[in-house]
Structures are given as C-alpha cells and as structure tokens.
Ligand binder design. Structure first.
Ligand code: CP
Ligand code: NVA
Length: 311
C-alpha cells in the first residue's frame, strides 16, 4: 500500500525517528540526494495562503533533482469543480507525489484513498504534520534527545498546530501540555489517539486551563496564531477568549532557564506572543522555519523509498 502523510500519527515512533535522522543527513549536504532525478514532478497544491510551505517544498523538490508544480486551487478544477479523488487519478499518472494545503481533513483522505502516489498534508484545518517534523528537528538540534522533554503549548488547543503537537509530541516520547480555555481544548478523538500512542512511547498528554505555573519546568514553549486561516470571522471572539493565554516574558520565566521558544509563523506579535519573546534570546523560530526545507525533503525521500520497496 502507498504510504501517505495526512496526520502526525501516520508515522510510528520508529518511522518518525527515521525521517528525522534522514533530515539531519540531508541538511549536512543539501544537494547530495537526487531522489527526484529525472526530473520527476511533485504537485504542490494550495487552497490557502502560504509563504514557508510553498518555498520550502519548491526549493526542497528542486534540491532533490525534481520539478515542483505549484498549483493554486483558485486556478485549477479542484475546490468544488472536481472531486479530490478524480484530481488524484489524473495527477498520479504524471507526478511522483501530491502535496496539498487545504481546509477539511476529509478532502485529503479522499485524495489519498486508492491513490498510487504519496499524498502529503501541507496543512489542513485539523493538522500541520510537516511543520511538526521541522519543529521536532529544531528541538532535537537545540536539546538533543526528544524523549522525556516537556513541551507546553499555549492558546488555541483546538487548532491544527495544537493537534499536531499533541500527536507528534507524544510519538516522540515527549510530555505535551496544552494550556487553553476549556472550550478550545484539543478534540476528544485526537486526545484519545495521543494517549494511546503515549502509552507506547512513554510520552504523556496533559490538558490545562490555568496559565499559572503551566510553563513550569518546560523545555519548549510554543504558541500559534489565535486566528487560523478559515477562522477570520471569529476573530473578535477569539481575541477575547484567548487573550489570557499569551506567551509573555513571565511565562518564559516559569519555564526552564534553557527553554526554547518556537512558533510555526506567521506570528501576530503582541497577540499570542510578546515581541520580547519571539525576538528574544530563547526564540529559535528562524532555525525552525529553515528546517521546513530539510524535514520535508526527508519526508519525500522516505515516502518515495517506501514506494520503491513496494515495487
Ligand atoms: N508555518 C507555515 O506553514 O507557514 P506558511 O503558512 O507561510 O506556509
Ligand atoms: N494555525 C495556523 C497555522 C499557519 C501556518 C493556520 O492554520 O492558519
């Protein structure tokens, strides 16, 4: 069966470690691996805006000797005009992989169902698993082993980023805390999946609603925008509900003295994070943004290797 990467727990703990190890190797010599020689084409489709994802996939595919085909949904037949599965049946005969940033997770599932080439989630309303590979790579670079570290996520616990930290974090054996208002807690089925995975890896998931002491002992402090793409109409409510969950210098002061701050970007300085934190000495957000490139290249090479092993 073709392997897809639609959510973080599509990789087992061992597989996640393999991808991260490969990312470390590829980062050492950017142009050494030509897994997409030909050049083979990878379709990268966007229903939503992007800077980092678009650039890192385009550059990474080119680094691997391939050719990126960037498609905007607005100028394609996807998005109501053609089903994801029909689009995939056309693409799979011509491209090596399909990368898609979209809204509903179900669209990705339909695209992947029965499709012969790997389908990769480049962000959906529910998950952002490619970002997490980059984030775990960044944490590993700054902290060494992932297993046993404590990561505290502040803010919208029902966001794609929070869900991905929950699943990918426990897969890596980390202790993940999500600090959010109760009505913004992670979705129950994702919590259940994370707790099952944590039981295998020694990680854990803790859901908190009180900010006081929530960062205590954390190795990694993280947040994300309070207004994700697609939630713009809820902006006023969200700013009110999440206003108390900002990552401030006093939150950082509760964490370990060597704690790092990460954020997938783009950031709304002054809202989910204070400027002093994101632009301060504990912030590693630029390493994190660069690591999108290395982590996604590793993911593509890993998925293509699985295709070859099957053939
Ligand atoms: N972090 C991230 O996915 O950024 P873009 O929206 O710019 O791709
Ligand atoms: N949660 C954010 C992440 C952006 C990379 C969003 O979905 O807009």
């Amino acid at each position: 069966m073709t392997r897809h990467f639609l959510r973080d727990d599509d990789l087992t703990a061992a597989e996640q470690a393999e991808v991260l190890d490969l990312a470390v190797e590829l980062k050492k010599d950017r142009f050494a691996n030509k897994a997409l020689a030909g050049p083979q084409t990878v379709a990268v489709i966007f229903d939503k805006s992007s800077t980092r994802t678009r650039v890192s996939f385009a550059v990474g595919i080119a680094d691997l000797g391939g050719s990126p085909l960037i498609i905007s949904t607005a100028s394609s037949q996807l998005g109501g005009k053609e089903t994801p599965s029909d689009t995939a049946r056309v693409l799979e005969r011509q491209v090596a992989a399909i990368v898609w940033r979209t809204y509903a997770q179900s669209g990705l599932e339909q695209m992947a169902e029965g499709t012969r080439v790997p389908v990769v989630n480049a962000l959906s309303d529910d998950f952002h698993p490619c970002q997490l590979l980059a984030d775990l790579l960044t944490i590993r670079e700054h902290k060494g082993e992932l297993a046993g570290l404590t990561l505290a996520f502040f803010g919208d616990g029902r966001s794609n980023m929070a869900h991905s930290y929950v699943l990918a974090g426990v897969t890596a054996g980390m202790h993940v805390r999500v600090v959010s208002p109760a009505s913004y807690a992670p979705r129950a089925d994702i919590v259940e999946a994370a707790r099952a995975r944590a039981a295998e890896t020694g990680g854990s998931l803790t859901l908190l609603t009180e900010v006081a002491d929530a960062a205590s002992g954390a190795d990694v402090v993280v947040t994300d925008t309070w207004v994700s793409m697609g939630k713009e109409e809820e902006k006023a409510t969200r700013l009110r509900d999440l206003g108390g969950y900002k990552v401030t210098t006093s939150v950082m002061a509760q964490a370990r003295t060597d704690a790092i701050f990460i954020h997938c970007l783009p950031a709304d300085r002054g809202y989910e994070v204070d400027t002093e934190v994101i632009d301060g000495p504990q912030s590693v957000v630029w390493d994190e943004a660069e690591n999108r490139l290395h982590a996604q290249k590793a993911l593509l090479v890993w998925l293509l290797n699985k295709q070859e092993a099957k053939a």
